[in-house]
Design a protein around this ligand. Structure first.
Ligand SMILES: C[S@@+](CC[C@H](N)C(=O)[O-])C[C@H]1O[C@@H](n2cnc3c(N)ncnc32)[C@H](O)[C@@H]1O
Length: 238
């Protein structure tokens, strides 16, 4: 079986959009929170780990003048995103780039995407970096935003205790069973991944650790607009 890159999740890319909604509680609501927390004046947006383009689509729909630069290291996911964005008629406002956001954190000039972004967004991707790289990435994002620009990230967080780990696991299992598809059927579609570039399998940090890292990176109004068991949307402004 083909090894996936961390974060691709499903053996077949075409299974991602349906499968992620069966596996993760409130996926669409979580992405919508990110779009609703961006100021109406947001124009130039950087997305990290765009996957099949679901967050890009929501942003392009909500902000008719926005331009999105979307990074993902997986050519399979990017191709899927591009097809979808083109079908929606947004191709002139969206640029997909095959790149590792860890590499961008290490050397931002290499990609030539510049800085002065009004916002940076990400969902379900940054938790593949170790904590040292997460901090480096948050610092890079902070220096790449305009004054007052926002960064919002949706990611799973490390449960705060073993008891809560059980609670969060049960919540995900209950959600999956409510979707009417046996979890075993969804899990049968998962692929296996090995380390790729800066990313490995899940490297979760607690929400508190993330918030400390954001503050240490120079973000203000660091906050958590949404949390559902072990999933959270968090970030701040420059
Ligand atoms: C679980 S998917 C989420 C995709 C999308 N953001 C969403 O919410 O549907 C994670 C994505 O992050 C990408 N990814 C993970 N680590 C990355 C890295 N270091 N650089 C670029 N992309 C990465 C994967 O290829 C994958 O497309």
């Amino acid at each position: 079986m083909q090894q996936l890159f961390p974060g691709e999740v499903f053996a077949k890319t075409a299974d991602f959009d349906t499968g992620i909604r069966q596996l993760l509680p409130r996926y669409d609501e979580m992405l919508a929170v990110i779009t609703h927390c961006l100021p109406v004046t947001t124009h130039r947006i950087l997305e990290l780990g765009c996957g099949t383009g679901e967050l890009s689509l929501k942003i392009l729909q909500r902000f008719p003048d926005a331009q999105v630069i979307a990074l993902d290291y997986s050519p399979r996911m990017l191709q899927f995103a591009e097809t979808k964005i083109t079908a929606a008629g947004y191709q002139h406002r969206w640029t997909g780039m095959e790149a590792d956001f860890g590499e961008w954190a290490d050397n931002s000039s290499k990609l030539g995407i510049g800085s002065e972004f009004d916002a940076c967004v990400s969902s379900l991707a940054i938790h593949h970096l170790d904590d040292q790289m997460k901090l480096k990435l948050f610092q890079q994002i902070a220096t790449s935003l305009t004054q007052g620009g926002y960064f919002w990230n949706a990611d799973p967080v490390l449960p705060e205790s073993p008891t809560l780990a059980e609670v969060y696991k049960a919540a995900r299992e209950e959600w999956a069973s409510q979707q009417g598809v046996p979890l075993t059927e969804v899990r049968a579609k998962l692929g296996t991944s090995s380390t790729q570039g800066y990313s490995s399998q899940d490297q979760l940090a607690t929400l508190e650790t993330h918030l400390h890292m954001l503050t240490a990176s120079g973000f203000k109004t660091v906050t958590v607009p949404w949390k559902y068991y072990g999933l959270a949307v968090f970030g701040g402004s420059r």
